[in-house]
Design a protein around this ligand. Structure first.
Ligand SMILES: CC(C)(COP(=O)(O)OP(=O)(O)OC[C@H]1O[C@@H](n2cnc3c(N)ncnc32)[C@H](O)[C@@H]1OP(=O)(O)O)[C@@H](O)C(=O)NCCC(=O)NCCS
Length: 173
């Protein structure tokens, strides 16, 4: 689907394409209502239920909404990605990062709605997130990759176990 690849520009939002069919183009000349825009935001208020729906769609286990809300409130960066057509708006992607605000940031909860996957949107979301972190002078960006997405992150420049460093986890018994 090359269509979405043409939707992005360097600015935060701004990705517009007319999806008018020849029929309605003739009728209305390709009105704004026909335009599909992919929009990034770092400030837009998120409906937690819509976010939960997005996470459900990729099969993630549910988390208590009050904790999700707290996690968003305390994240350094929250990126949402929307498909907008006319007045309609749909949450199609999400990522967030926690940070010490100086050196390090860790990216969490990267997700693209299944209907929109494999069109370059995950890559665009990650590049946008990295750009935002770099603009805050964060130089050390880490994440935890599920095994099936290691290659996705590797293609974006993430390195597995740099200099043999291993991620270690502690869980309560
Ligand atoms: C992982 C995810 C965000 C990728 O989003 P996407 O929009 O499908 O990915 P893109 O279309 O932007 O793919 C970008 C590149 O990565 C590759 N890629 C995407 N998913 C991949 C995967 N699972 N394994 C290997 N390569 C992958 C694509 O082929 C593409 O390669 P190219 O640049 O050479 O063309 C999406 O599949 C998703 O939301 N998955 C479910 C949630 C999840 O697992 N999140 C990660 C948690 S750690």
């Amino acid at each position: 689907m090359g269509f979405f690849k043409n939707l992005f520009s360097n600015s935060d939002t701004v990705a517009t394409a007319s999806q008018s069919t020849p029929h309605n183009k003739l009728q209305n000349g390709g009105s704004v209502a026909d335009e599909t825009r992919i929009v990034f935001s770092t400030s837009r208020e998120l409906d937690l239920y819509e976010l939960e729906e997005l996470c459900d769609a990729v099969g993630w286990s549910r988390r208590p909404l009050r904790k999700v809300k707290k996690a968003l409130q305390h994240s350094f960066l929250v990126v949402s990605m929307w498909e907008e057509r006319g007045a309609k708006r749909k949450l199609i992607g999400f990522a967030r990062a926690t940070s010490d605000h100086a050196f390090n940031a860790t990216i969490w909860d990267v997700v693209i709605h299944p209907k929109y996957q494999s069109r370059g949107l995950g890559k665009a979301l990650m590049k946008y997130t990295i750009k935002k972190l770099r603009s805050e002078d964060i130089s050390n960006i880490t994440l935890f990759a599920d095994p099936h997405v290691v290659e996705f992150y590797r293609r974006l420049g993430f390195i597995l176990d740099p200099e043999g460093i291993k991620g270690m986890f502690w869980y309560p018994d």
